[in-house]
Design a binder for this molecule. Structure first.
Ligand code: TYM
Length: 329
């Protein structure tokens, strides 16, 4: 039998999940979980939350909430190993070994690092600098080849590939060079008309737990224009709304709106009302499943404990091999 290819992905435990996380990451995670050629591991990147300022009580809550979000969205512990990163301490050990083949200059030049330093100028920590190295360890500790993430994570995957190459060349390890598994929603735009949907930008996102009224309110605040023109806008509020239409209502609906824009004119109140409905339709089953899971804390505990045990077994084997190759065992 052909060996299955491994998949790993994770989401930081920094708050509520939004449509960007769902379309860019979770949809890909679900697609690979359903594919029998893959063995899938999905973690909550709880330790990565320490790289930006955080509140201890909130983190304790958030790491569990993301597990519940995963289960509500359809990740299945019968098919995937679902776990908390901090439960598998080998990730941190491997990250330290990896930091020995990674230069400070390289990490300082990453756009993701520069953005975070701008956002939190007084939190320019070693943990933040080391963020991509820990992420490389998360992936390579399981020899994962495919990583379902949004396009913003590409620079981090490049670091993981470089670390794999360096480790293999220097110490004779056999790490694969992991690649991104992209979805149609690899870049979900911000509702504000500029940049991507992001939890750190107020007004940019719709959360997975939002009810219809909240979704409508958030869309109502999205900037638009007069609704008519000779050329379709290629960026800004309207372009972003049309991208969301395509993602939730399909490309035909988008084309219909585009034709209206170029002829009789587009009514944004109607577009937004229909889009809100379509988004809510997709989120409703996830929200009902979430309500059920919230009433089953013992089940959630069991998923977390059994995921940790399975992940640890795999991770320990890798760290043992690497230690030997590094001269530490
Ligand atoms: P995080 O928590 O920032 O984001 C989680 C996932 O959501 C995707 N995403 C988006 N995709 C499309 N459009 C958007 N607007 C959007 N916003 C967020 C992200 O690309 C990501 O896939 N470094 C990771 C967490 C991590 C990880 C890992 C991922 C830690 N270790 C190992 C994969 C493998 C992160 O910051 O995710």
């Amino acid at each position: 039998m052909k060996a299955k290819k491994r998949v790993l992905s994770g989401i930081r435990a920094t708050g509520r999940l939004h449509l960007g996380n769902y379309l860019g990451a979770i949809k890909g995670m679900l697609a690979l979980q359903a594919d029998p050629d893959y063995e899938t591991l999905y973690m909550v990147a709880d330790a990565h939350a320490l790289t930006t300022p955080y509140n201890v009580a909130e983190l304790r809550q958030n790491r569990r909430e993301v597990i519940i979000d995963y289960l509500a969205a359809g990740l299945d512990p019968q098919k995937s190993i679902i776990f908390l990163q901090a439960d598998v301490i080998e990730h941190f050990e491997l990250a330290f070994y990896f930091s020995s083949v990674t230069t400070i200059a390289k990490m300082q030049h990453l756009p993701t690092f520069k953005d975070k330093v701008k956002q939190h100028p007084h939190h320019n920590s070693m943990a933040l600098l080391n963020y991509p190295v820990l992420m490389a360890a998360d992936i390579l500790i399981y020899h994962a080849t495919d990583v379902p993430v949004g396009v913003d994570q590409k620079p981090h995957l490049e670091v993981a590939r470089e670390i794999a190459r360096k480790m293999n060349a220097t110490y004779g390890t056999d790490f694969p060079e992991p690649k991104m598994f992209a979805t149609k929603g690899e870049h979900v735009p911000s509702l504000k008309g500029k940049g991507k949907m992001s939890k750190s930008v107020a007004g940019s996102y719709i959360n997975l737990t939002d009810d219809l009224a909240t979704i409508k309110k958030r869309l109502a605040d999205a900037p638009t224009d007069s609704g008519q023109g000779e050329k379709l806008p290629s960026s800004g509020g309207v372009a972003n709304l049309l991208t969301l239409v395509e993602l939730f209502q399909g490309s035909q609906q988008r084309q219909k709106y585009e034709a209206q824009y170029l002829s009789t004119g587009l009514r944004y109140d109607q577009l937004k009302a229909k889009l809100a409905q379509a988004i809510y339709q997709e989120l409703k089953p996830i929200q009902s499943k979430r309500a059920q899971l919230e009433a089953q804390p013992a089940y959630v505990d069991k998923v977390i404990a059994s995921g940790a045990q399975k992940a640890r077994q795999l991770a320990q084997q890798t760290v043992k091999d690497v230690k030997t190759k590094l001269g530490l065992g």
